[in-house]
Design a protein. Structure first.
Length: 73
């Protein structure tokens, strides 16, 4: 399982990621996942939902777009 609590996750996805199932549905509030099996844990803390979605999961890194002017250095 790939977990957002793991520092290696943030090295691979520094801005986070978005997870989709095989059918293209976006999975929200994903805390950990296994792209090969479709196993997903959603939520945080006490209220965590665990289940399986159609595999393979598609993981899309989030991009950060900076709009504006940079200050003079």
């Amino acid at each position: 399982m790939i977990s957002a609590a793991d520092p290696a996750f943030w090295q691979q996805y520094p801005n986070g990621c978005t997870v989709y199932d095989r059918l293209g549905r976006r999975l929200r509030k994903v805390a950990s996942f296994n792209p090969e099996t479709g196993e997903v844990a959603m939520g945080r803390g006490r209220f965590c939902r665990h289940g399986f979605w159609p595999a393979p999961l598609r993981v899309v890194p989030r991009l950060v777009i900076h709009i504006g002017f940079e200050a003079d250095k």
